[in-house]
Design a protein around this ligand. Structure first.
Ligand code: BG6
Length: 472
């Protein structure tokens, strides 16, 4: 093992989850319904009118009752940071109330107490794919400007309550997924096929303004808070060296980079205004909106799972599987069982691209491999020999080290689904990401007991050595 490491002292190592994928306790503590409660098949299947018993998220992995045990396991791995989200519908059950639900607020006080006890820094996502269902059904989600005010009230409530205890905040999870998954990402009730581009871009504008207003409120209410945006990163390669394919790459990149551009520069970039003009869309943007957008973020966070290729050739433009948006499969890469193409170098590329472009500290807040695990016994103790996960994480972390050596400012890394959780895209439990195995199956059976996988000890060693134990 090497004794040197490119990771700076104080680099934040940890893991990440989202409320709707771990908490369960559906309907408890005064919680209202969220869009997730009517998505039993994630984004791949139809939504239901009411929550149905086959929706694994109603119980999820019962973090709501087991958070102390789970946080103790994170501490055993040496986590310096834990990213989790607050369920909007625990705090404002319908989303449009004036006053928050105290029981919901008290739950996150207890989670923060537990993290403090173990010296783990919280990293809080304010909105992670869990818009209150009432806002979807009554207002059509973020298509309606009034959502800005409801979100503002929610964000202010969180900053006032937890602002002295939480330093790192993310406004919206994967804000650039809105156009691809309008119901899950934006609480937009109208089916995607029936939405016009104008409605979708207006919803995007509302979220961007809400995000900027949250940043402004944090500056007043919680001056020590560091506010970050959060984007789904998808590095993209031209399928061939043709200039036309390079342009297809630029267009795809622009469609994602615009979110970070607005969050870091405080205004819409020219290429985006061109897109609107060419689509004949005139967004409703007030002077106050323009002013609000100038409240730029302190850092940029992102998820990274895979890269894609793009082409201008319609005959080759088949869209492969992937994290929400997908793209043209890259013939040089292997894929996970769910068709997500594995590309550790893509992480170094995206870190460099974001740093070069925005010059803001970066935080990798999601990365990991969804895989089927088999529980076995070793010396009488149940475990999973997940060498495939160790290899995936090792190779990605080596590339993070390369990017740091390139001069990129990286604050930390939180591995996605550090404990097994319900998948966002397919709502399965069998798509596991964790260092900790949770005994729960896709049919809902299982004891919910937790077991350490082989990767648990491996990650603990990576953290203990600040990355020196990685295999380069
Ligand atoms: C991101 C989301 O898209 O990817 C997470 O922020 C999600 O909520 C993660 O769980 C992995 O995707 P999936 O579909 O495998 O759960």
């Amino acid at each position: 093992m090497s004794t040197t490491t490119p990771f700076p002292q104080g680099f934040l190592w940890g893991g990440a989850t989202a409320a709707n994928q771990v908490e369960g306790a559906y309907g408890q503590g005064g919680k209202g319904l969220s869009v997730q409660d009517v998505m039993p098949r994630g984004i791949v299947g139809p939504r239901t009118a009411e929550p149905t018993a086959d929706n694994l998220k109603l119980e999820a992995i019962d973090f709501y009752h087991r958070y102390a045990e789970d946080i103790a396991l994170f501490a055993k791995m040496g986590f310096g940071v834990y990213r989790f989200s607050i369920a909007w519908s625990r705090i404002f059950p319908k989303g449009d109330e004036a006053e928050p639900n105290e029981e919901g607020l008290a739950f996150y006080d207890r989670v923060l107490d537990e993290l403090e006890k173990h010296g783990i820094e919280p990293l809080v996502t304010i909105s992670h794919y869990e818009t209150p269902l009432h806002l979807a059904e009554t207002y059509d989600g973020w298509t309606d400007r009034r959502l800005i005010g409801f979100y503002e009230n929610y964000a202010r409530t969180l900053f006032e309550r937890y602002g002295s205890r939480v330093k790192y905040w993310l406004t919206f999870n994967e804000i650039n997924s809105l156009l691809h998954a309008p119901f899950m990402s934006g609480g937009i009730n109208t089916p995607k096929e029936q939405l016009s581009d104008a409605q979708l871009y207006q919803a995007m504008h509302h979220e961007l303004v809400a995000s900027a207003r949250a940043t402004r409120i944090a500056r007043e209410v919680a001056p020590n808070a560091q506010i970050g945006c959060m984007v789904l990163s998808m590095p993209v390669y031209p399928l061939t060296p043709s200039p036309a394919d390079a342009l297809a790459v630029m267009d795809f990149d622009h469609s994602n980079l615009v979110y970070g551009d607005v969050h870091t520069r405080g205004a819409y970039p020219g290429y985006f205004l061109r897109t609107l003009r060419e689509k004949g869309i005139e967004l409703e943007i007030t002077d106050q909106d323009r002013e609000d957008l100038t409240n730029t973020v302190d850092f940029v966070s992102f998820s990274y799972y895979m890269s894609v290729a793009q082409t201008a050739d319609p005959a080759k433009k088949v869209t492969g599987e992937g994290n929400i948006m997908g793209g043209v499969p890259n013939p040089t890469l292997e894929a996970s069982e769910w068709g997500w193409q594995i590309d550790p170098v893509g992480l170094r590329l995206v870190l460099n691209q974001f740093w070069d472009r925005w010059q803001k500290p970066l935080f990798i807040v999601e990365n990991g491999l969804g895989a089927r695990d088999e529980l076995v016994e070793v010396d009488g103790v149940p475990t999973v020999i997940d060498d495939y996960r160790i290899a995936y994480l090792n190779d990605h972390l080596v590339q993070v080290g390369e990017a740091i050596t390139d001069g990129v400012n990286v604050l930390g890394y939180t591995s996605w689904g550090c404990i097994d959780i319900v998948s966002a895209s397919t709502a399965q439990l069998s798509k596991r990401y964790g260092f900790i195995y949770v005994d729960r199956n896709d049919d809902g059976s299982g004891t919910l007991e937790r077991f350490e996988k082989k990767s648990f000890g491996w990650y603990a060693e990576v953290i203990r050595t600040n990355g020196a134990s990685l295999t380069r």
